[in-house]
Design a protein around this ligand. Structure first.
Ligand SMILES: [Cu+2]
Length: 323
């Protein structure tokens, strides 16, 4: 007659297989264990550090789990238990081995990290193309980028390919976190403090990022889209950004809560709202907030405010505007 364990074995195998299948498909859907392919030297070094730590932890996991399974099977309890097993005490060699191995592993990981760290943190010297110093302002709930020539873009950051772009990261309200995984590490945007990060993208393209710090109700609607392009396209973008500031502000700042075209969302509809035709009233609310609305325009220049009020006056008079 099979033992209790024997009868339960098929059930155990089935459950284990199902768990592995589910975990495997979840892993595949998530792109596996690998970080996104790096496209900036600092991101490359972060990825290297990731794989070194991953290698050690994976090896430890396999060794420990394998030993665990072997011991469970080999030394499992058969029949009534009468005797305590042999206890190991004062086995100096064994104790030395299990102390020295972790020390060596930690030293190896530490060495790699300290070797990689300067290349992650320290900004490389400006290349021939020059260095773009860009100011990043995090707000509830959008990102504002101010370029060296004063042009401003919202949520979409443009930078030249192969050049060094250096960012001063500020926050105008609560703590946010600026993160574009393919281009570099995460850096917090903290009120009253300026943090820095840099990118030197090696390929043109579009890279997606996010606010990585829960910053309020619409935290999830703080995407960062980085467009890396050649110098000519970048210069053209700066010119276009100046001409479209009001539109960019409306779409990137107002629409998030007030709905597409200002038709209403979490915030009340703006389209057709007589307030949109009163620049003074708009400015007061945008700069100071009101009720549940955060002071989205804190720190804005007058030119920025005028761009928005002009856009609202022109486009939200009668009804909803198209995207
Ligand atoms: Cu945020």
């Amino acid at each position: 007659m099979p033992t209790l364990v024997g009868r339960k074995r098929p059930v155990f195998c089935l459950v284990a297989a199902a768990a592995l299948t589910l975990a495997g498909s979840a892993l595949a859907g998530n792109g596996g264990f690998a970080p996104l392919p790096p496209h900036s030297p600092n991101a490359e070094r972060i990825t290297t550090a990731y794989w070194v730590v991953m290698g050690f932890t994976a090896a430890i996991f396999v060794v420990v789990e394998a030993a665990l399974v072997i011991f469970i099977l080999r030394y499992r309890h058969r029949g009534p238990r009468m005797l305590e097993g042999d206890q190991v005490h004062g086995h100096t060699r064994l104790e030395l081995i299990w102390t020295v191995i972790p020390v060596v592993i930690l030293a190896a990981i530490g060495t790699v990290i300290f070797y990689e760290l300067p290349g992650i943190k320290n900004t490389p010297p400006a290349s021939a193309a020059g260095r773009e110093n860009i100011r990043v302002d995090a707000h509830q709930f959008y990102w504002q980028f101010t370029y060296p020539d004063g042009a401003i873009s919202i949520n979409e950051l443009h930078i030249p390919v192969h050049g060094v772009s250096y960012f001063d990261v500020h926050s105008q309200d609560v703590i946010h976190s600026f993160w574009v995984p393919e281009l570099g590490g995460k850096i917090d945007a903290i009120p009253g403090r300026t943090n820095h990060i840099w990118y030197e993208p090696d390929a043109a393209g579009t890279y997606d990022g996010r606010c990585a710090e829960l910053c309020g109700l619409y935290h999830a609607k703080m995407p960062i889209r980085v467009v890396v392009e050649d110098e000519g396209a970048y210069k053209q973008f700066l010119v276009a950004a100046r001409a479209q500031l009001g539109k960019a502000e409306f779409q990137g700042v107002c629409q998030t809560c007030h709905g597409i075209g200002g038709k209403g969302g979490y915030g009340p509809p703006l389209a057709g709202n007589p307030l949109t035709q009163q620049p003074q009233g708009i400015e007061t609310i945008v700069r100071n907030g009101r009720g549940k609305m955060p002071p989205v325009g804190r720190g804005w220049t007058n030119a920025q405010m005028t761009a928005l009020t002009t856009y609202l006056k022109k486009n939200l008079k009668g009804g909803a505007v198209g995207g």
